[in-house]
Design a protein around this ligand. Structure first.
Ligand SMILES: Cc1ncc(COP(=O)(O)O)c(C=O)c1O
Length: 446
């Protein structure tokens, strides 16, 4: 459909096919964003929209941050592109070093990709290569988890556990299995932080191992906190148990921290918050605060060394990589972002605000009777709104529309679950405002 052409809004919305969006209804009433600064987006008409989602869980340092803008501008003038197949550039090494220094334990080696989906595919391939170089080439199975989201590559949707992301796309990657998800409303409803109930669900991995035999399993991949299916915090002790079972059976453990990393849970990584060290961490989003696409995998020494050790001078050991791995502009953005996180204490701010945020979000329970559960962890929250019978997702979609057009807030929904994941620069006032606006939206759609 056409919009009046005023130099800012386009006059033909038809050619663009938007991902994960009902295109027709969007184009009838677009939610168009023209500008961003700090905690806010602005429409082409100049209307202010409070960003309660850090874009798409990625703009952790807020929007339009001068040091990141300047770093990217300088970088494009100095070195626009350099390949990292057989060549490299200094900021690629510097960025890897900074990420490795931030990661706990001996998570010391960084393989770069350009997105969370690519990070996940890279980690799965690294796991296979590791076992093969280790003389364990029969270990080819991957174990994911129900309600997990690991991006949209064939690897990611195979280990992922979101039905709509899988059911259209055939048999997927062969030889995957899934742990049960960790959510149980009867046991966990309205918990702040990690629920007490559910650590025993990690023991299901023992049953999966018994079924397939450990000698066929390469890796287990989980999000420490499942984000995209509506903020499912790990039950207390669950991740530790998964680690123990993986160790017992020689299975690699991969944490997909595309959402959790870089301060969302009040620490550099969820691995640090929980004191559980996986063999690999997938990251993306917050590494550049969403400014330039970047993702990657952080590997522990043994993973890296088995694959890269004892190579002939001419020998490539891992046949994998992306043209834009460690793109100079992504590295410049990442370095400036990591400086901001450090200099402004943004992970600490996230940690400090966690109880304030949790109390504010849970106060919605008394105001809105249609809310079936509220979950909070770090600076992430989810509100389960009762679905309309026969129309799952309708209330969620209405929430996004009403919030944007009438209330001036950007929300993220998963079905009928409304999620808040603000930039880490948020203040107490921002939190109060976003929770008040969210309650207004929930009251309207209920
Ligand atoms: C845990 C997790 N993994 C992977 C991805 C995929 O990231 P991308 O959309 O950058 O491919 C996401 C995106 O939200 C995610 O939340």
């Amino acid at each position: 459909m056409a919009l009046a052409h005023d130099g800012v809004t386009p006059n033909d919305l038809d050619p663009l096919w938007l991902p994960f969006t009902p295109n027709d209804s969007f184009k009838r009433r677009p939610r168009m964003i023209a500008r961003a600064k700090g905690m806010h987006y602005y429409t082409p008409e100049g209307r202010e929209i409070l960003d309660a989602t850090a874009g798409l869980w990625c703009c952790n340092a807020g929007h339009g941050r001068d040091p990141i803008v300047k770093a990217v501008q300088d970088q494009v003038a100095e070195l626009d592109f350099a390949p990292v197949f057989q060549y490299a550039h200094p900021k690629a090494f510097e960025t890897a070093s900074r990420i490795a220094a931030l990661a706990p334990s001996d998570l010391d080696h960084v393989f770069f990709a350009n997105s969370g989906s690519e990070a996940v595919d890279s980690a799965l391939k690294i796991a296979l290569a590791y076992h093969r170089y280790n003389g364990d080439g029969t270990r080819t199975r991957f174990i994911g988890r129900e309600r997990g989201y690991h991006g949209v590559g064939f690897g990611g949707i195979s280990v992922g556990g979101m039905v709509n992301n899988r059911k259209f796309f055939g048999p997927l990657l062969a030889g995957t299995d899934h742990l049960p998800h960790t959510y149980n409303r009867d046991e966990q409803a309205f918990t702040k932080g990690e629920p007490e109930w559910g650590a025993h669900l990690a023991d299901e991995l023992e049953n999966i191992v018994a079924l397939h035999d450990a000698s066929t399993i390469a890796a287990v991949i989980v999000e420490p906190m499942a984000g995209s299916t509506g903020v499912l915090p790990p039950p207390k002790g669950y991740l530790k148990r998964l680690r123990e079972i993986c160790d017992r059976h020689g299975i690699l453990l991969i944490f997909d921290e595309v959402i959790c990393a870089f301060g969302r849970l009040g620490a550099s990584f969820a691995a640090e918050r929980y004191g559980v060290i996986p063999d690999m961490i997938c990251f993306a989003k917050g590494i550049t605060s969403g400014v330039i696409p970047m993702g990657g995998v952080i590997c522990r020494n043994h993973v890296h060394d088995v694959i890269n050790g004892e190579a002939e001078d001419h020998e490539i050991r891992l046949f994998h990589g992306y043209t834009y791995s460690a793109h100079p502009m992504a590295c410049a953005a990442a370095l400036a972002t990591l400086n901001l996180y450090r200099d402004e204490g943004l992970f600490e701010n996230s940690k400090r605000l966690e109880p304030v945020f949790a109390d504010a979000c849970h106060s919605v329970r008394d105001k809105c009777s249609s809310v079936q559960d509220i979950r909070t962890l770090g600076l992430a929250a989810a509100f389960d709104v009762e679905p309309i019978e026969g129309k799952p997702g309708k209330r969620g979609y209405d929430a996004v529309e009403y919030a944007f057009h009438d209330v001036g807030i950007m929300l993220r929904v998963s079905g009928d679950t409304i999620c808040l994941t603000p930039p880490l620069i948020a203040t107490e006032d921002h939190i109060a405002e976003m929770v008040e606006k969210t309650a207004k939206v929930i009251a309207h759609i209920s």
